[in-house]
Ligand binder design. Structure first.
Ligand code: HXC
Ligand code: NAP
Length: 309
């Protein structure tokens, strides 16, 4: 498996990208790679201490002091990181993230809608508020941020790019995560609809549908005990493994870069083939060679008999 960066070192030089939920998990891993490719990155989420720590860590990894609130020192070809707190359900906080980003970096070129809320539960156990909480973070948060940044791009004639982190069940649906599936499905349709409408402004919108990529945020809420002992997420994956963050970061950076300039309205699945297991016979991996010999003979015998009829 290949997890090293695939794009040329300056692939995002001069670009500024906002990453929601950039303080943890996949958002943090993608932010790290965007910085390495020369982008300036604003990370935002509700917990200020988390994004501040991540900003410090990412800048330290690149051998520089962190830029918390916007006054650090950048150098060379590597990008800088800015941390601004934001609840994506609040348009005023979104506008603040944009204002701080423009003040620090001069412009915004990309938006990675990565923030999410989710937990596993039978749907009939959910309160109205529980359902609202997930849909508001995932769907409302995504369209609020996209609308705000889109208006700015159209007004300033900037050919921006949106990348939404979706899920494979945005198209298949899934039990036990119904608010998340509803919200991710809505966000995916927004991706395609706006790609059609805003293409004339040079604005592109795409999505990534990841299979399982271990993060604390997702694992704590989707695979707590006893579920963790009951289900092995790799057992239904043709490639028999979970995803590596570097694999996702490569795809995300490509879709945020100009190298994907002719791709819009697309959702790219990166799941080791997991969704294909919906195919009726795809799970027959455990049938032995001997059993296949026997099955073959039985079918051929049935064929012979049907020719005699
Ligand atoms: C039933 C629950 C619940 C649970 C919370 N609630 N957890 N109901 N089962 N397990 C209910 C609460 O009782 C409350 O309703 C309502 O939801 C809101 O809960 P709060 O704790 O007040 O909300 P808040 O503090 O805003 O926290 C949001 C959160 C939390 C979504 C509940 O988990 C969170 O902060 N998550 C952020 C990170 C995250 O979820 N990461 C995972 C993304 S993984 P009442 O009516 O009681 O007031 C992902 C990947 C999917 O999306 C694909 C993987 C393969
Ligand atoms: P994670 O670490 O829990 O990331 C979720 C992020 O969203 C956190 O940084 C959280 O930060 C932020 N967030 C939550 N509510 C927010 C709000 N109201 N406003 C702003 N930010 C908010 O989990 P992850 O696994 O990396 O998930 C990242 C993305 O990948 C999500 O869109 C998820 O649906 C998607 N995904 C993950 C997997 C997987 O296997 N990991 C699979 C498919 C899709 P705060 O708590 O500080 O706000």
């Amino acid at each position: 498996m290949m997890t090293t960066g695939m794009l040329r070192d300056d692939a995002l030089k001069g670009k500024t990208i906002i990453v929601t939920g950039g303080g943890t998990g996949l958002g943090k891993s993608i932010s790290r790679y965007l910085l390495q490719l020369g982008a300036n990155v604003t990370i935002c989420s509700r917990r200020q201490h988390v994004i501040d720590e991540t900003a410090k860590e990412l800048m330290a990894e690149m051998g520089r002091s962190s830029v918390l609130g916007g006054d650090g020192a950048g150098s060379g070809g590597l990008g800088e990181v800015l941390a601004v707190p934001c609840d994506v359900r609040n348009p005023l906080e979104i506008e603040n993230v944009m204002a701080k980003t423009i003040e620090k970096f001069g412009r915004i070129d990309g938006l990675l809608n990565n923030s999410a809320g989710n937990f596993i539960s039978p749907t009939e156990r959910l309160s109205y508020k529980a359902f609202d909480t997930i849909v508001d973070i995932v769907l409302r948060g995504t369209y609020y941020f996209t609308l705000a940044v889109g208006k700015y791009w159209i007004e300033n004639k900037i050919p921006g790019t949106v990348l939404n982190i979706s899920t494979t069940y945005a198209t298949t649906g899934s039990g036990y995560v119904v608010p998340s599936a509803v919200a991710k499905g809505g966000a995916l349709i927004m991706t395609k609809s706006l790609a059609a409408e805003w293409g004339k402004y040079g604005i592109r919108l795409n999505a990534i549908a990841p299979g399982p990529f271990p993060t604390k945020g997702a694992w704590d809420r989707l695979f707590p005990e006893p579920l963790a002992s009951m289900m092995d997420p790799t057992s239904r994956i043709p490639l028999h493994r979970v995803g590596e963050h570097g694999e996702l970061a490569n795809l995300a950076a490509f879709l945020l870069s100009d190298y994907s300039g002719y791709i819009t309205g697309e959702s790219i699945t990166i799941d080791g083939g997991e969704v294909l297991m919906a195919g009726e016979f795809s799970h027959l991996e455990n049938v032995t060679e001997e059993q296949w010999d026997m099955i073959g003979k039985t079918i051929k015998q049935a064929n012979k008999e049907s020719k005699k009829e």
